[in-house]
Design a protein around this ligand. Structure first.
Ligand code: CDP
Length: 797
């Protein structure tokens, strides 16, 4: 007789459980960094450079010191006396904390004021006089490698030019051979523009150094608190156990809150010097101008094609603009992140990719904005190249993709750049998408519309992206291996406390992590408290970015639950007076195989762990697990968009958008859908409206929400989501794959491809994002490609 619990009722795997964190968020009861007020707390403001490249001749802070309420003014010179003017970055580079010799981008941190309130601190910043001697400015990779280019990082010994790395992967000779045999070569040149994650909450920190205990506590908006603790230990030369990083609620991160920012270091030093808590909360323009830019990569891509549509080889060269400091996080081994995950879902026999990174006079760039280390660029380039190639061949967009897909029986499949795809049903996903969008009907409508002077277009984007770095063999940041962790403590009443090394920024971990415990142990999800983000209590973890939480921390939660269940089984056998081998498990309960009515619940086992354990058994019911994934997980997505372009104005409207996501087992289908909708909204914003660039003098243009638009529900089109294709991940303990970033990664190409399809008859091959009406109008009117690359100075023309 089975007494198994109904998994959905206890909020286990597959339950669309309402988000537990929302009860505090929607009532305004969240606890964000700026909500924290400590006794005696002071406030810090940062003075930023107004120019992009200049020598600092002098800094006069005397007037700022004189302003009543000012407690401290920090300059680069003062930082240098403590060996803190520069700090190491997460990519083996160095970054100025406060500028000493030069400023190298507009918005760079030049000085800090710490005062009784933030307004005094801001006023005092305006009293600091900096004498700048302006230098020539570099705003794109072409300028960066020009012979006459000034060396931006002349602070670094042996830095001969502005190239940071020159990296290659793949088989050059094999690729050359395949190209020589091709019937046709399809070429495309494009730029994935800079974009900014722009979370609603900006970055910030409160440093609280306690002289009596020598302990430093820092509350901060970090997606990776343990990495920050390691960085602080190295930079401030404090012992690790004397540093406590607490990431409280975070109002969106999207990669913006992974790097170490100068503001953190300055607030820490100020707190140590003043022995008072020091709060730094970045303002919106500070956030938009100086932190965590993403993308800014140029592509020259080529596909070698057989006339029947088979792809024979891929060749790509990319130039990535990293700004003045190479400060984003990525696995040490892969200089250009996982850009070489491109062309994974297609059976391409051979490929060669070369990638250069450049210094320019821009804020540090290259963070993985809702993206696994450049996967967004990888998939965008792939899908734009697929679109162009299908047109060059005169083939149907869908058919071209289908015939080149990795087939269901080819897994595990090695990609041309060395990744191992785990599983998938790509053709099925495409079919579901085509059916949902009414593909053939739309193609007919499009032809009819054309006859009436209307421009309709359809764009497809299909991709399988790698989520869940590492395994530890290949993935590390600064030598720290990329694994993750979970600690589970079951109290005697059967309620539980789960702690992980991940850190939610809105993804709903408090809800979904409890569901994994419910699934593994039968403890109702509502009986499991989830805690993350405090380095004094959470087990060591690499944090949350690159949609790695479910693939890595999620797996650790399943594994620790299984360890706890193994001990509970021993307790059950003792209680039931049978041997362990005679005990069976069903959700939430052990029973005697030969007498299923005789059983004990997991809650009874928990009580026994504290009150009736067998002789020799350690009391308590808790454990921990460190999970080192054997591989990345490879979700698949098919996004299809239909648009209408107004030929008079270049304005385009989305008619329909269909999303088919196969992310393996869905822990919480409602949350997964929320993740996809959010990602598609960001994709739409990047493709359509987010304009942030730099002029020839290095001024950041668009660093305000009038130009860099955040779409509201008013602007955002409706999305039709499909989750009916589900291919479990073969190596993840519960078969789940990551999903958090799929739509933001795969979505942009679908929108762009749709507009490019609508304007196809002009012969235009590319319009760079954002596809603002004036760019589309220019393409339609002048029938040429439209580049989004920043302009160079006229004397460079
Ligand atoms: O690392 P991050 O949390 O940003 O991304 P993720 O691991 O893809 O998870 C995003 C959210 O979706 C989390 O709350 C996950 O637990 C949930 N999710 C899910 O319910 N099922 C999946 N197969 C993947 C994610």
């Amino acid at each position: 007789m089975s007494q198994a619990l109904d998994e959905i009722k206890i909020g286990g795997l597959g339950a669309s459980r309402r988000r537990v964190e929302d009860s505090r968020f929607i009532r305004g009861k969240g606890n964000y960094t700026d909500d924290i007020v400590l006794p005696g707390m002071l406030h810090m403001e940062i003075l930023r450079s107004p120019v992009a490249h200049a020598r600092i001749k002098s800094i006069d802070a005397s007037k700022a010191w004189e302003l009543p309420g000012v407690r401290l003014v920090l300059t680069g010179e003062m930082m240098a006396t403590r060996n803190l003017a520069w700090m190491p970055t997460l990519s083996y580079d160095t970054q100025a904390v406060l500028a000493t010799d030069k400023v190298r981008f507009q918005g760079q941190e030049v000085a800090c004021v710490i005062a009784d309130d933030p307004y005094i601190a801001k006023d005092a910043c305006e009293l600091i006089v900096v004498d700048y001697e302006q230098l020539p400015v570099i705003v794109n990779p072409v300028q960066a490698v020009a012979e006459s280019a000034p060396i931006i990082r002349d602070d670094k010994e042996n830095q001969a030019g502005n190239v940071i790395y020159d990296w290659e992967v793949g088989d050059k000779e094999g690729t050359d051979r395949a190209f020589a045999q091709a019937d046709m070569v399809s070429k495309l040149r494009l730029h994935y523009p800079r974009s900014h994650p722009s979370p609603i909450e900006c970055c910030g920190s409160i440093a609280d150094f306690n002289r009596a205990t020598s302990k430093l506590t820092v509350y901060m908006t970090s997606q990776a608190p343990h990495i920050i603790r390691a960085a602080v230990a190295l930079v401030a030369e404090l012992p690790e156990h004397m540093i406590r990083i607490i990431s409280p609620d975070i109002g969106g991160g999207f990669g913006n809150k992974v790097p170490v920012y100068p503001g953190y270091v300055c607030s820490i030093l100020a707190s140590i010097l003043l022995e008072r808590p020091v709060k730094w909360i970045e303002d919106k323009s500070g956030n938009l101008i100086s932190t965590g830019f993403a993308r800014d990569v140029y592509l020259d891509g080529e596909l070698a094609l057989r006339s029947d549509g088979k792809i024979l080889a891929v060749r790509m060269h990319t130039d990535a603009d990293h700004g003045a400091f190479f400060s984003d996080a990525q696995p040490s081994k892969f200089k250009i992140g996982l850009l070489h995950s491109t062309f994974g879902c297609y059976d391409v026999p051979v490929g060669h990719l070369t990638a250069r990174g450049m210094y320019t006079n821009k804020a540090p760039g290259g963070v993985a904005y809702r993206c696994s280390f450049r996967v967004t660029e990888a998939m965008f380039f792939q899908e734009r190249m697929m679109h162009a190639a299908a047109n060059d061949l005169g083939m149907d967009q869908a058919e071209f993709r289908r015939m080149n897909f990795v087939a269901d029986d080819q897994f595990p499949f090695r990609t041309p750049f060395g990744f191992l795809l785990d599983s998938g049903q790509y053709r099925k996903c495409l079919d579901v998408g085509l059916e949902a969008v009414g593909y053939q009907d739309f193609l007919r409508q499009k032809e009819e519309a054309k006859a009436n002077g209307r421009l309709l277009g359809i764009g497809i984007s299909t991709m399988s992206e790698p989520l869940g770095a590492g395994n530890s063999r290949e993935y590390d940041i600064l030598g720290i291996k990329m694994f993750d962790s979970a600690e589970l403590r079951v109290h005697m009443t059967g309620k539980a406390l789960l702690r992980t090394g991940a850190k939610s920024q809105g993804q709903g971990h408090e809800t979904t992590w409890a569901q994994i415990v419910a699934h593994e142990l039968g403890i109702p999800a509502e009986d499991v408290t989830v805690e993350e983000g405090d380095t004094d209590t959470a087990p060591f973890g690499m944090g949350t970015y690159a949609a790695r939480s479910t693939p890595v921390a999620g797996a650790a939660i399943a594994m620790v639950s299984r360890k706890v269940r193994a001990k509970a089984r021993k307790l059950a056998a003792h209680h039931l007076e049978v041997s362990e081998e005679d005990v069976e498990w069903e959700l939430g309960r052990f029973y005697v195989r030969s007498a299923p009515d005789r059983g004990v619940t997991i809650q009874e086992c928990a009580m026994a762990a504290y009150s009736n354990m067998p002789d020799g058994m350690e009391p308590g019911l808790e454990n921990n697990a460190y999970y080192d994934p054997p591989n990345l997980t490879w979700p698949f997505a098919c996004y299809i968009v239909t648009v209408e372009v107004d030929p008079e104005t270049g304005v385009w409207d989305v008619l329909n958008m269909v999303a088919v996501d196969d992310c393996g087992v869905r822990i919480n289908p409602m949350i997964v859908e929320g993740q996809i909708m959010g990602g598609l909204t960001e994709a739409y914003a990047m493709a359509n409206m987010q304009f942030i660039t730099f002029d020839a003098e290095g001024n950041c243009v668009g660093s305000n929400y009038m130009d860099y638009l955040l779409p509201t529900s008013w602007e955002t089109p409706g999305f039709e989501l499909h989750g009916e294709v589900m291919t479990p991940c073969p190596h993840h303990p519960i078969g789940a794959k990551g999903v958090g970033e799929c739509a933001a990664v795969g979505g942009p190409a679908a929108f762009v491809n749709a507009v490019m399809d609508a304007v196809k008859d002009t012969g235009v091959r590319n319009i760079d994002m954002p596809l603002l009406p004036d760019r589309v109008w220019e393409a339609l009117t002048y029938r040429h490609d439209v580049s989004g690359a920043p302009p160079v100075r006229s004397d460079d023309d």
